[in-house]
Ligand binder design. Structure first.
Ligand SMILES: [Mg+2]
Length: 438
């Protein structure tokens, strides 16, 4: 039987201990190293081959909905929402989504309050290696009194479960990730209970295996935990994604000399689809554009914002979403385009380096695409894996002339994307995504 793994993501927690942050933000969208907590789960579930994730929402549901829309738009994972006007409790959420399990081979239940380095493919492999209908992720809790504590027998079967014990008999704790069979899921759903940990898990004692995970795994419930996670993820650079950096004028949109009016914005043919394909393949897509028109006083930052709003609108119309746009307002001398005149002005690598830092990108697996020598040089100066010169800009042919270029050349953006995607495995082969996480 082919597997169909689905995931129920419990993300509706109020995040009371993270106030005042959670006054304006749902807890699951609190950012760590520039990325929302839920975004890490999207990657983790995608990498485990999950076909569909359902996320429950409550507070600030509109923001979560918009996030989900973005994930679906870029095709990383199929995500659906289950809105709870009144919080149902974790067991109540399972009950409300009883039929979610109907066509699944396994269901992963995830508490999105946690930040975790876990590789769920490994946990799935363990789950499939035994006969019990339930696998629970266990971690060693620094404060067992605050957790659900289990005891295991020699076969790794859970033989006791106690929620927040006064006198813990060990420190192996419920990590808030379960893999269950559809039957076990239905049993949880029909329990009539409120809380899975307190009310339902004890009923699976003797029929549940523990999978001990000793990597990074912790609840992002407090400001202290959030600060610690922030520091760790910033310094380890975990979960870095490769990116495709795109020049704007002559590459993603038609070249207009000192473009100043949003009405002049036109995507190049196949531009939106190219962005979509980049994102579908697991790359971030970031525009990096020299905008000396600002330095020259021809347009203002506000004008530029309107232009980019229009560009994003045209992209969104075709289901394409950029991760970010960086611009450099500094004016160049107009002379040698291979000279770095300012760290941010291409061929300076500044915008790419900043994007890599702020969006956790892996430059060594990233690409730069542009229609000028300064673009491909910026890619090289930033340490990108490759740079491609596209011949769609007015000056690009001149840049490609003169001996064999030290970079690749493509006729336009869609062809450049063909080249890039030919270098990576199929989108669902996650080996490339995984290697830098190790
Ligand atoms: Mg250009």
């Amino acid at each position: 039987m082919t597997s169909n793994v689905k995931a129920l993501v419990l993300a509706a927690g109020l995040g009371t201990r993270l106030k005042p942050l959670t006054d304006r933000l749902p807890k699951c969208l609190v950012t760590i190293a520039g990325r929302p907590l839920l975004d890490y789960w999207v990657d983790t579930l995608f990498e485990a081959g999950v076909s569909e994730a359902r996320v429950n929402t409550h507070a600030h549901a509109g923001q979560v909905r918009a996030f989900i829309q973005g994930v679906n738009d870029c095709g990383r994972l199929n995500v659906t929402e289950c809105y709870e006007p009144t919080l149902l409790g974790s067991a109540g959420t399972v009950a409300a989504n009883l039929h979610f399990a109907d066509d699944a081979t396994e269901i992963i239940l995830v508490y999105a309050d946690n930040l975790s380095d876990v590789n769920l493919s490994e946990m799935l492999a363990f789950h499939r290696s035994h006969d019990d209908p339930f696998t629970i992720l266990l971690f060693r809790a620094p404060v067992p009194e605050a957790c659900g504590i289990v005891e295991l027998d020699g076969a790794g079967r859970v033989v006791s479960f106690e929620e927040k014990p006064r006198q813990p008999r060990g420190d192996l704790a419920n990590g808030g990730i379960y893999i269950v069979s559809p039957d076990a899921y239905r049993e949880m759903a029909s329990s009539g209970a409120f809380d899975l940990g307190r009310d339902v898990l004890p009923r699976f004692v003797g029929r549940m295996r523990g999978w001990h995970y000793d990597g990074y795994h912790r609840d992002i419930g407090t400001h202290e935990a959030l600060a610690e996670a922030e520091q760790r993820y910033r310094s380890t650079g975990r979960k870095r994604r490769p990116a495709v950096f795109l020049d704007r004028d002559g590459t993603l949109i038609e070249h207009v000399h000192y473009l100043s009016d949003p009405a002049q914005v036109r995507l190049v043919p196949g531009g939106a689809e190219a962005v979509r394909r980049i994102k579908d393949a697991g790359f971030a897509c970031v525009v990096v554009t020299n905008q000396s028109a600002i330095g020259l006083g021809l347009i203002t930052e506000t004008d530029l914002e309107s232009i980019h709003r229009e560009m994003n609108r045209q992209l969104a119309e075709e289901g394409a979403v950029l991760d970010a746009i960086y611009h450099c307002p500094v004016t160049g001398s107009g002379g040698d385009r291979t000279l770095i005149e300012h760290p941010d002005r291409k061929p300076g690598p500044g915008m790419l380096l900043r994007a890599a830092d702020e969006h956790h990108l892996d430059l060594g697996r990233s690409w730069m695409v542009g229609d000028m020598i300064s673009d491909v040089r910026a890619g090289r100066n930033a340490g990108c894996r490759g740079s491609i010169l596209v011949l769609s800009g007015p000056e690009s042919r001149r840049h490609s002339e003169g001996g064999s270029p030290p970079f690749e050349v493509a006729s336009d953006l869609p062809e450049a994307v063909d080249r890039i995607l030919a270098t990576v495995a199929a989108p669902h082969d996650t080996s490339l995504l995984m290697e830098s996480h190790r």
